[in-house]
Write a protein that binds this ligand. Structure first.
Ligand code: GTP
Ligand code: MG
Length: 370
């Protein structure tokens, strides 16, 4: 990773590639501009051309908010983020639809979830709950592997007529590994062949002891089709959320996590982002994974244009320079130069073409890159 091509080094030093080749020749090295040289040689060249050496480390360039904890008095309650998981066709999307009182399933090709939907609903009492619908467990696992634990609570959907299936077990294991509390929604209880008790018994084999079996995992019988048990489910989610005392500081520069992203032919890169803390506003300058940008517009889950997004809110963000990855973090920074600097640094890390050398200062390094 500590190698660099002659041309790249020349670009960073704002020198001609050919001049570097000449200098290398004088040093007894026959290389072309496209060949790589090692760090020691690169350092020699940099000094030879009269530039200063600056060692660039992550702490010099990148944003590290890990140790940046909000003071207790700045924290305000935030809505829970609930991920719906379960085996294929057990009714995740239908349940979410029922909860939203709308119908997305009808609009999906073949009724199979094509993407992660992120929605926020308002309950009768005015409480907000954010729901994430997953097309499988890959996205969840990937996000978890990347350290993006956005989920507060998992609702495990199990079809009462089908029982515990491979992806049900997978979901149980992922949830346990993530240390996230689970609520079991036994769905399709309207079906004549439904056997909810059998599900509860089978769950014991996976050390899930539901309340109905005197355990501490909340369970609820629902029918997404007949819209029964929904209030009960919401109530259990809110009860669980209350125990967790979910809080975030809304009065700071925003941080978020990319839930999904795509390239829209007309609009350009679009990312669905969940705000983790702070308030995201139109005009904010961003670093999102290896991309930089500025929030040009934000759309909520109902397709409305909004100017601000607060903690636990999912929003579609327009204005990122490229398409980020699910699980990427979003950070608001002070200006575009800073955003470009961080994004450029991360891109270099990502492509493993980074060298530990920069000429003169970081400013010249990045102006040479621009
Ligand atoms: P994937 O996204 O493909 O994993 O499926 P899903 O879990 O989102 O299931 P989906 O909501 O698409 O529902 C699958 C099928 O089950 C559809 O035909 C639904 O109409 C049906 N279904 C969902 N909930 C119920 C229910 O409560 N009762 C009955 N009878 N059918 C249901
Ligand atoms: Mg679905």
């Amino acid at each position: 990773p500590e190698a660099i091509t002659v041309q790249e080094l020349a670009n960073r030093m704002a020198e001609k590639g050919a001049d570097l080749v000449k200098a290398l020749f004088k040093m007894g090295m026959m290389v072309t501009v496209n060949q790589t040289i090692d760090q020691d040689t690169a350092e020699l060249l940099v000094t030879e051309f009269g530039h200063n050496l600056t060692r660039v480390s992550a702490s010099d360039v990148d944003i590290d908010t890990a140790g940046d904890v909000d003071a207790a008095e700045t924290l305000k309650p935030r809505p829970p983020v609930v991920t719906i998981m379960g085996h294929v066709d057990h009714g995740k999307t239908s349940l979410l639809d029922a909860l939203r009182g709308t119908d997305v399933v009808a609009g999906e090709a073949g009724g199979i979830t094509q993407h992660i939907g992120a929605y926020q609903i308002k309950t009768k009492n005015g409480d907000l709950v954010t729901f994430l619908d997953t097309p499988g467990h890959e996205a969840f696992t990937e996000m978890r592997q990347r350290g993006a634990n956005v989920t507060d609570i998992v609702v495990l959907v199990v079809a009462a007529d089908d029982g515990l299936m491979p992806q049900t077990i997978e979901a149980i294991n992922h949830t346990k590994a993530a240390g996230v509390p689970m609520i079991v929604a036994i769905n399709k209880v309207d079906k004549p062949e439904a056997n909810p008790q059998r599900i509860r018994e089978r769950l014991l084999e996976h050390e899930i002891v539901v309340e109905a079996m005197s355990g501490d995992v909340q369970d609820v019988e629902v029918s997404a089709k007949n819209r029964t048990g929904l209030d009960d489910l919401i109530e259990k989610i809110l009860l669980q959320a209350e125990l967790m005392e979910l809080r975030a500081n809304p009065d700071r520069e925003a941080e978020g996590t990319v839930i999904e992203a795509k390239l829209d032919k007309g609009k350009g890169p679009l990312a669905t982002v969940l705000v983790n803390r702070g308030t995201l506003r139109t005009g904010d300058v961003l670093v999102v994974g290896t991309q930089s940008g500025r929030v040009r517009a934000m759309t909520d889950d109902k397709g409305r244009q909004i100017k601000e997004a607060t903690p636990s809110m999912p929003v579609e963000v327009l204005g990122i320079g490229g398409v980020p990855h699910a699980g990427d973090t979003l950070t608001v920074v002070e200006n575009e130069a800073r955003a470009r600097e961080v994004a450029a640094y991360r891109q270099e890390l990502a492509t493993e073409r980074r060298t530990a050398i920069a000429p003169a200062s970081l400013d010249t390094m990045f102006s040479a890159l621009a």
